[in-house]
Design a protein around this ligand. Structure first.
Ligand code: FAD
Length: 397
């Protein structure tokens, strides 16, 4: 029929992990749609912005991570027609599939905050959320001796919910060591009512913010940027009041949503406003199109979007897809596991792991992960990247 047995859209953390697992299970005729020649290990971008890792160490050639035996189509998916089971590709071609794995990640909506798209990457505005702007974060942190530093957090779902505050702690610790911390006013604006939604870790983070003298603005969001005047507008959602704050350093995290072409597709979750792909939260299978699975940042799941979540989702998608291909009902379940390595200092980390119920789910039951630890920082900086490239992307871990 010319149909590919399995099509995977997106060769990031999720797409490559699933491809590797399917290949290990002996599946042939897998086609990967991925336009980029780079594969990024994004969790290290926080440390790039904090001056503790080099950007080049977070990139590998896409070709080097694609498993043997997987056909790579270097194009953008532009649309999916799940009734016809076809994908429209950039350049005009079309690809037909029997089974589809949706893993194109999410979209950074720089345009959703007036002035942000113009300001980011220039002058005093940086962001760890894109490789082109993360090195600037460190340039700005390193050069600041006094003034006001503002760290923002969008009100949409975002990847790695802890990342907007981690960089504030790394910056503050650097300024503390340089003995300029008392000359710098640090503001962290967060739309939620607490610093972290799992109270066990939220309490610890309150102490961390207090230690550095960070002004935490809860229920607050950056709603405009004026890069020329170096000012932002912060809206307090509790009172509806807005305030103009001048900055000498702005670390901005953009609003995020499903890629626009996903929002427009019949695969989008009608119950979610931002167009993420509908998926059963346990089997990760699409509720209306049984041959479609979704995972990673693009999936509409009530858990935090992280690479750690992908590590637990990929085996579930691979196993359940094999079940479906063999005429069985999906047998594996995902419980919402996610993890957020909360860097709280230049040599300390708090490892928060939890599931759909926000129940702590420690992978290391013998150590106390409710306090800041040096061994966990070493784990994040040195061990996790190795486990990612060698274990997760090859389907072994
Ligand atoms: P991605 O890895 O982003 O991959 C998506 C892929 O789809 C990309 O290769 C892209 O090129 C491709 N694509 C895009 N559009 C199309 C298209 N139209 N057609 C085909 N392909 C397309 N996670 C953690 O676990 N721990 C952390 O400490 C952590 N820290 C983070 C810090 C920062 C600053 C950031 C930005 C992220 C962090 N994350 C962290 C989150 C983690 O990186 C993501 O959750 C993870 O990469 C999601 O995997 P994914 O495959 O869904 O998306």
């Amino acid at each position: 029929t010319g149909r590919h047995r399995v099509a995977i859209i997106g060769g990031g953390s999720a797409g490559i992990s699933v491809a590797a697992r399917l290949r290990r299970a002996g599946v042939t005729d897998i086609t990967l749609v991925e336009p980029s020649d780079s594969h990024w290990y994004q969790p290290l971008w926080t440390l790039v912005g904090g001056g503790q890792a080099a950007l080049r160490g977070t990139r590998r050639a896409e070709a080097s991570v694609i498993p043997d035996g997987v056909r790579w189509i270097r194009r953008h998916a532009l649309a999916v027609d799940p009734d016809a089971r076809t994908i429209a590709l950039s350049g005009g071609a079309e690809l037909a599939y029997e089974h589809l794995v949706m893993a194109p990640g999410l979209q950074l909506d720089w345009d959703a905050v007036p002035g942000l798209a113009e300001a980011v990457g220039h002058d005093r505005v940086a962001s760890n959320y894109a490789p082109e702007y993360a090195p600037r974060t460190w340039e700005l942190i390193k050069n600041l001796r006094s003034g006001t530093a503002v760290f923002t957090h969008p009100a949409t779902p975002l990847k790695c919910g802890g990342a907007p505050q981690k960089i504030a702690y790394l910056a503050a610790d650097h300024w503390r060591r340089r003995k300029v911390l008392d000359r710098i006013r640090i503001i962290l604006a967060i739309p939620d009512a607490t610093l972290f939604k799992v109270p066990e870790w939220g309490r610890v983070l309150e102490g961390v913010a207090e230690r550095y003298g960070i002004e935490v603005r809860l229920r607050s969001e950056m709603t405009a940027v004026d890069g020329d005047r170096r000012e932002i507008t912060v809206t307090d959602h509790a009172t509806g009041r807005t305030e103009t704050i001048g900055y000498d350093l702005l670390h901005a995290v953009p609003p995020q949503s499903a890629p626009d072409w996903v929002k427009r597709s019949p695969l989008a979750d009608p119950a979610a406003t931002l167009g993420f792909v509908a998926a059963d939260q346990h089997t990760l299978r699409h509720p209306r199109y049984p041959e479609v699975f979704a995972l990673g940042d693009v999936a509409s799941l009530p858990t935090s979007k992280t690479g750690a979540a992908v590590r637990k989702q990929a085996p579930v998608v691979a196993a359940n897809l094999l079940d479906v291909m063999n005429g069985r009902t999906p047998s594996r379940r995902y419980d919402g596991y996610t993890s957020c390595p909360l860097v709280t200092a230049r040599d300390r980390m708090l490892l928060a792991e939890f599931d759909y119920d926000l129940t702590p789910r420690p992978s290391f039951p013998l150590i106390d992960t409710f306090k800041e630890r040096r061994d966990m920082w070493v784990f994040k900086r040195y061990l996790l990247p190795q486990l990612y490239w060698r274990g997760m992307l090859t389907g072994r871990l």
